[in-house]
Design a protein around this ligand. Structure first.
Ligand code: NAD
Length: 346
């Protein structure tokens, strides 16, 4: 049985506590939050769980094996470092840290102490993304030409991070998992419509050595909620609509082919293929539940998480490069920034 303490019971923390509480090999031991009103909610829902406004109580508790951190990004590095130094396994919310240097330091600390460090890139544990990976790996999609995503709504404006760190981060982790490749360059445009706040709208392009090109459009200032991804391959194409209750993923046997036949050189050489569409059956298990069981398995059996510190670091590198491109002075923003990776390859 793994005893876990959770730091941060704001918007996301309650989802973690609920899923940990339902995982057979995990026991929720304590929750820390600066706000006593949030702790009162914990006491009502989970009367046996200890609560505290001081996260150091969790780090000092010898019965606690692991710490989950669901606080604002600006606090991730200090809290995770303190937890690792206290000998605890760590579940860290996305994005892992504010800088890639901090991410690399946490990886070192975890490695040195032989502790599990999982970064909560939740989408990797969804049935939809697992199915997309399976289809790409099987070769059914052919060469991946492009990935195009839109992730917009009238969102929760964050105070400490841009919309890239909040929303595009999901695409960066999904791309890392699907392609098994780190982008070599990034170009991003974006803006904040309200002075003194982080960017609330951004368009990010990612370039890969294999030739795949990716784009994500993210915003907290849209009248409707859209969560859609298109993946275009040389043989088939996929759509993923996360708001669809069922049939989230659809595979289309559509595409084009060009002929080199010299006889047809004067004609249009393009042929269109419009075959069937199918919607694969997806498991209904909540991603956090799968991830929580995986975290316990990694701790119990010394395994490396699917979303380990290295994945977390690669994602932070893409965020950093996107910010660098987006934050260049007027007329230079959107310039292509090369990514020099300090992390291990995907
Ligand atoms: N994986 C996902 O899909 C997903 C979704 C939403 C949020 N998140 C991540 O979860 C984290 C938290 O986001 P949120 O939206 O829940 O934020 P939030 O502001 O709603 O909640 C953060 C909570 O942390 C508490 N807190 C801050 N510092 C603390 C400290 N030192 N000790 C104890 N409590 C402290 C605050 O009082 C607050 O209740 C962020 O990193 C965010 O990116 C991940």
């Amino acid at each position: 049985m793994i005893n876990i303490g959770i730091i941060g019971y704001g918007y996301w923390g309650p989802n973690l506590v609920r899923n940990f509480a339902e995982t057979p090999s995990i026991q929720v031991a304590a929750v820390a939050d600066l706000d006593p009103k949030k702790l009162a909610v914990v006491q009502r829902r989970y009367p046996t769980v200890k609560t505290t406004t001081d996260h150091r109580d969790l780090l000092a508790d010898p019965h606690i094996d692991a710490i989950a951190i669901a606080t604002p990004v600006s606090t991730h590095f200090e809290l995770a470092l303190a937890a690792l130094r206290a000998g605890k396994h760590v579940w860290l919310e996305k994005p892992m840290t504010e800088t890639s240097e901090q991410a690399a330091r946490l990886i070192d600390e975890a490695q040195k102490r032989k502790l599990v460090l999982l970064v909560d890139h939740t989408f990797i544990y969804t049935g939809a993304v697992a199915k997309m990976k399976e289809i790409i790996q099987s070769g059914d999609l052919g060469q991946v030409y492009y990935y195009d995503s839109i992730r917009v709504n009238l969102g929760l404006f964050q105070r400490d991070v841009s919309v890239i760190s909040d929303l595009a981060v999901h695409d960066f982790s999904i791309l890392d998992y699907l392609l098994g490749e780190h982008p070599v360059a990034v170009a991003a445009n974006g803006t904040n419509h309200f002075p003194g706040t982080p960017e609330n709208l951004a368009y990010v392009n990612l370039f890969y050595d294999s030739g795949t090109i990716a784009h994500t459009s993210v915003s907290w200032l849209a009248p409707v909620k859209v969560r859609q991804i298109l993946v275009g391959g040389s043989k088939k194409m996929i759509t993923y609509d996360d708001l669809e209750p069922s049939e989230k993923v659809k595979v289309y046997d559509k595409g084009v082919s060009f002929t080199d036949d010299p006889e047809k050189i004067q004609e249009m050489r393009v042929g269109y293929r419009t075959g069937d569409m199918w919607a694969p059956k997806l498991p209904l298990t909540e991603a956090l539940s799968v991830e929580s069981a995986h975290f316990a398995d990694c701790i119990a059996n010394g395994k490396t998480p699917m979303t380990d510190g290295q994945l977390g670091l690669r994602v932070v590198e893409i965020i950093e490069a996107s910010h660098k491109s987006m934050r260049r002075k007027v007329r230079r923003n959107g310039e292509t920034i090369n990514i020099e990776s300090r992390g291990k390859a995907a």
